[in-house]
Design a binder for this molecule. Structure first.
Ligand code: P5A
Length: 446
């Protein structure tokens, strides 16, 4: 992509309404535009990151054996009357009437609708286990929408729902989600810690939130800091292996880590003092096991092996897809701008031409662009007729992890410069070597 043809409305000034760094940088880097309180347009750069995050979420869900579908944003109120949540949900639910005066709502979550799909088509244990998920816009009329995409009213969520024949199978689904979420967040360059939490309006007594530690987080968290060193890494997971999956969950949930909702002072005090930490965190996901809460009230049953008819066991599992952009920026930035982890960056590399119009520099940039594209690595090429300083400032703000700088002086020696956004360190090398290095880096971040 050539910057001269792109749509990147970068702001020079700090927007006054932005109180936290991720909101500020998303506005300044031309990623989002607010349309109403808590409702945003996703401009091209922001949209690219959003799609990248969605892609990782899809890949890890599919790897865990979960099946994508798509449900609508608008739902009939009658479904929610069946579960009893239509009245319970309160003012957070956006209620709408259609032209026939039928009560509709903009879905804040989809437990009822997925239960309705299940009961229409599944009636035997032979069709289980089944986990369906989608990535779809939600609406919650939050009292205090704030911090940009962190607490929106309209926001993108991945929500998945498992259906199982008994409690043990449903707990395996819960564990499968925990492990697939750990891998999902790690691929985005994040450390998200599963913490015992409270279930709120979704229900059930078994739930974990995933928190990214950050001073600007909205949740107060209490934890043993050794939990921050745990990594899933590249280990092979067999998602059908109940013991292996449960083992990973145990590894990640044994050390004390809780939100203020479930905090237990006496247990916390047993952690050695040097490891006892109180901090703040951003909730980027939550998983729930709630058994038969919806299947009983909505009549979603299955016939078991011995011929009896039982309400299906369920849980639901959410990832805050749009919130993740904010969380990643909170966790990865400096005073010049964003620093995207390779896994989610909108473009793998920026190409800066120090002297636009210089025949050698223009040709070298065009060749580099072609060579990178041939390897499936689309660069953002700053081909504008601007000062070098302005080009660097834009690249630093939008946070591409790697930059190749091309100038007439380097080219006389046959070299360009490869710079890491994270460390600021530069290295001179031939254009071919720079392309090979970028390819090598991204091979480790599929
Ligand atoms: C699980 C999936 C649920 O709604 N039902 C379906 C369950 N869980 S949840 O915890 O309420 O939401 C899941 C994740 O969505 C993100 N989130 C938000 N993101 C941006 N703005 C909001 N207003 C907002 N509300 C929730 C969070 O990351 C949450 O973990």
């Amino acid at each position: 992509m050539r910057l001269s043809r792109y749509f990147l409305p970068v702001l020079k000034e700090n927007p006054a309404e932005a109180q936290i760094v991720s909101h500020r940088y998303m506005l300044r880097a031309g990623m989002i535009k607010q349309q109403a309180a808590g409702i945003y347009s996703w401009l091209p750069l922001g949209y690219r990151v959003l799609k990248r995050i969605e892609q990782i979420v899809h890949e890890e869900q599919i790897r865990a054996g979960h099946i994508p579908l798509l449900m609508p944003t608008l739902q009939p109120a009658d479904l929610w009357r069946e579960s009893g949540r239509y009245d319970d949900y309160g003012q957070e639910m956006l209620r709408i009437k259609d032209r026939h005066e039928r009560d509709m709502l903009y879905g804040p979550t989809n437990e009822e609708m997925i239960t309705d799909i299940f009961r229409a088509h599944v009636s035997s244990y032979k069709d289980l286990p089944l986990t369906l998920y989608h990535i779809q816009w939600k609406f919650r009329d939050e009292v205090r929408p704030r911090f940009g995409v962190m607490r929106g009213r309209e926001f993108l969520m991945k929500d998945g729902y498992n259906f199982d024949v008994d409690r043990d199978a449903a707990l395996h689904a819960y564990n499968r989600h925990m492990v697939s979420y750990l891998r999902t967040y790690e691929r985005m360059g994040l450390t998200a810690i599963p913490m015992r939490a409270a279930s709120g309006p979704i229900g059930g007594d078994n739930t974990h939130e995933f928190l990214v530690l950050a001073n600007t987080g909205e949740s107060e968290v209490f934890y043993d800091d050794r939990v921050t060193g745990l990594k899933l890494g590249q280990r092979e997971i067999d998602y059908d292996d109940r013991a292996q999956v449960a083992g990973v969950c145990e590894e990640f949930t044994t050390l004390y880590a809780r939100t203020d909702e479930t905090h237990d002072g006496a247990l916390f005090d047993q952690i050695p003092e040097e490891h006892r930490k109180v901090g703040r965190g951003i909730e980027v996901g939550q998983i729930f096991y709630f058994g038969t809460k919806y299947s009983e009230s909505m009549g979603a049953t299955v016939v078991t092996k011995d011929g009896s008819k039982v309400p299906v066991e369920m849980g639901s599992h959410g990832i805050g897809v749009s919130r993740l952009l904010g969380a990643i920026i909170e966790a990865s930035h400096d005073d010049k701008g964003i620093i995207w982890p390779e896994g989610v960056t909108p473009f793998p590399v920026g190409l800066v031409n120090l002297k636009q119009g210089d025949a050698a520099a223009d040709a070298a940039c065009a060749d580099l662009e072609k060579a990178l594209l041939a390897r499936g690595l689309e660069p953002l090429y700053d081909d504008r007729d601007e000062r070098a300083g302005a080009k660097f400032a834009t690249m630093d703000l939008i946070g591409l992890p790697w930059r190749i700088t091309v100038g007439p002086r380097g080219l006389t020696n046959g070299v360009v410069e490869l710079t890491s956004r994270r460390t600021g360190q530069s290295e001179e090398m031939t254009p071919e070597a720079a392309v090979a290095r970028i390819a090598e880096i991204y091979a480790a971040h599929p």
